[in-house]
Design a protein around this ligand. Structure first.
Ligand SMILES: [Zn+2]
Length: 72
């Protein structure tokens, strides 16, 4: 998967004792990326283009998006 360079997929710690597992296939290694959500402004005022992190499952490719804590 070229879009993430030479980085290897990693486990992702979400909370103190909680690691991310894929919603679809239950895999636990992900590629990390960052971007801005393209919205139509209907979510909430000030959320028109929030910066967010996403984790792509290394097994099935499902994307899991997270907003930074100060955004919610
Ligand atoms: Zn998966």
């Amino acid at each position: 998967m070229g879009m993430f360079g030479d980085e290897k997929p990693k486990k992702v710690k979400i909370l103190d004792d909680l690691y991310l597992t894929c919603t679809v296939c239950k895999h636990d290694h992900f590629w990390r990326g960052e971007g801005r959500l393209q919205t139509t402004g209907v979510i909430a005022p000030g959320w028109s283009q929030p910066a967010a992190s996403f984790f792509v499952c290394a097994h099935c490719g499902y994307m899991h998006w997270f907003l930074p804590k100060d955004a919610w």
